[in-house]
Design a protein around this ligand. Structure first.
Ligand SMILES: Cc1cc2nc3c(=O)[nH]c(=O)nc-3n(C[C@H](O)[C@H](O)[C@H](O)COP(=O)(O)O)c2cc1C
Length: 186
């Protein structure tokens, strides 16, 4: 599969088969992720391949956020259960951790590197027949999740990438054609 085809085939996959992703495949994906362009070669990235405890910590942190404003205990318990089930069933999760540089310019460049690494990973996953889904949001800053993933001071959890064999591949979401968004300047 060439890169163009992988780009066109990639979609965010929501439903996965139960089978775990073999370690060698995860290692290959991380090997291409780390090759992302990186201005000044700050090498700001670390990865956490999340085992059952780490996945649970993520699911619990998400559930806590989603249930925080639900007064009814039964409803809250049902929401929590649903969140836990949906997340514990994801075969593999990779946390992408980026250094938070004191210099705002470098900080921004390094954060960009994190998502270039994630795109490398997502595209190579397509080539392997695997699906991915990038997850971010305020939960990334939850202290309990940071602790569970061993995110140190001076580091930021950029995203958690779901990974696994797709049970269902959603249709691609259409984008406006690039030509509509492009101006060719003199
Ligand atoms: C930086 C970034 C953050 C994202 N965060 C989330 C997220 O927190 N939750 C989620 O469900 N999807 C998240 N996504 C996935 C996008 O919603 C998804 O890429 C978008 O809907 C387009 O669909 P596609 O990936 O199938 O093309 C994120 C994507 C990017 C690039």
């Amino acid at each position: 599969m060439n890169v163009d085809e992988a780009i066109r085939r990639r979609v965010s996959v929501k439903e996965y088969e139960a089978a775990p992703v073999p370690r060698e495949q995860v290692e290959r994906l991380l090997d291409v992720a780390i090759l992302a362009p990186n201005h000044r070669m700050t090498q700001p990235l670390e990865f956490r391949v999340m085992g059952a405890n780490a996945k649970r910590a993520y699911a619990e942190a998400l559930a806590a956020r989603k249930t925080a404003k639900i007064d009814d205990a039964e409803t809250a318990a049902a929401v929590r259960e649903k969140v836990l089930r949906r997340h514990l069933d994801v075969p593999s999760m990779i946390a992408v951790v980026v250094a938070v540089n004191d210099d705002p310019e470098i900080r921004e460049e390094d954060y960009a590197t994190a998502f270039m690494a994630i795109q490398n990973l997502c595209l190579s996953a397509v080539e392997m027949g695997l699906g991915t889904h990038i997850k971010t949001g305020a939960v990334m800053n939850e202290p309990a999740l940071r602790e569970a993933l061993d995110i140190r001071d001076g580091q930021r959890l950029a995203a958690i990438v779901f990974l696994g064999e797709p049970a269902e591949i959603p249709d691609a979401k259409p984008r406006a054609p690039a030509a509509e968004k492009t101006r060719w300047l003199e």
